[in-house]
Write a protein that binds this ligand. Structure first.
Ligand SMILES: Nc1ncnc2c1ncn2[C@@H]1O[C@H](COP(=O)(O)OP(=O)(O)OP(=O)(O)O)[C@@H](O)[C@H]1O
Ligand SMILES: [Mg+2]
Length: 262
């Protein structure tokens, strides 16, 4: 069922103090699209993701997510439909919690079922997600004992536990070694290739970290959209050189992007 709007932002801006840190921007995505957001430090990427994750409200403008207008809908209900993975969320995960429970409790937290016993279906879903992201064998470990890369995989599993319709990922591959990054990207691409996988928006600093199958890109600069659209038209030498203010040569091998200075 491609073609339905997953989200729409109209004239959205965020002000902090007397500075507008984002916008005003207009942006929408359709079902079946996989977006990547790029941009220099401080460009507003995480701010944009936090709005879409309903963690902050914009100062101006309208945001509709999954046909619900922010401000007119119970955020608790809307949050159950959005999976989010990023620094802001990961800080909430208790270190002494068992990995399997980190994933399982995501469903209980959003569904408000704290007092119910885990049912078998939930448990098998949690284990299946941990398997998809290659950390099945860590299910009984304490979250705090995991490496950064292992934590990232658990966080993505957690974000997907409640079967979201929109998945938001803020720098999922940051801090991973090259093997860990490649493995995570491969697993994510495989997952995202499923026609039933949710629409996704992934923020990254490195075009090498754009998963295969990403359809669209948006580049933010100083709080505004510098360029957005189908990925091949956005991730180009000309655009990146202009936005990052350094001569860059972008290469696309048919699946992945690389960039180096000219
Ligand atoms: N509460 C706040 N008060 C003042 N400024 C803020 C606040 N929150 C964010 N900012 C500023 O807004 C800008 C955008 O921040 P944001 O975290 O969205 O950037 P980003 O694109 O994610 O950057 P990075 O690549 O470094 O993660 C930054 O300049 C940041 O300092
Ligand atoms: Mg950020």
């Amino acid at each position: 069922m491609n073609g339905q709007k997953v989200l729409e932002m109209n004239d959205v801006s965020v002000r902090r103090g007397n500075r507008v840190i984002l916008g005003p921007i207009n942006f929408s995505i359709l079902e079946g699209e996989r977006w990547v957001i790029l941009g220099p430090n401080g460009a507003g990427k995480s701010t944009l993701l936090q709005i879409l994750g309903t963690r902050i409200f914009p100062t101006t403008g309208q945001v509709s997510i999954l046909d619900k207008t922010m401000g007119k809908v119970d955020l608790f209900e809307l949050r159950t439909r959005i999976g989010i993975c990023g620094a802001l969320i990961s800080e909430d995960i208790p270190y002494e919690e068992k990995v399997k429970d980190v994933v399982l409790t995501a469903a209980y937290a959003v569904l408000g079922r704290w007092n119910e016993a885990y049912d078998l279906w939930d448990e098998s879903r949690a284990v299946a997600l941990l398997t998809t992201f290659g950390v099945r064998e860590l299910a009984e470990r304490d979250y705090g004992t995991l490496s950064d890369g292992e934590r990232k995989r658990v966080q993505i599993s957690r974000a997907l536990m409640a079967d979201p319709e929109l998945l938001l990922l803020d720098e999922p591959a940051a801090g991973l070694d090259v093997g860990g990054r490649e493995d995570l990207l491969r697993r994510f691409s495989e997952f995202a290739a499923d026609p039933l996988a949710p629409a996704s928006i992934l923020v990254t600093h490195h075009i090498e970290e754009i998963p295969v199958g990403t359809t669209h890109a948006l580049i933010l600069k100083e709080g505004n959209i510098a360029v957005s659209g189908p990925i091949a038209q956005v991730i180009t030498s000309e655009h990146l050189s202009a936005i990052f203010e350094i001569p860059l040569e972008v290469h696309f091998d048919g699946a992945r992007f690389t960039a180096r200075s000219r």
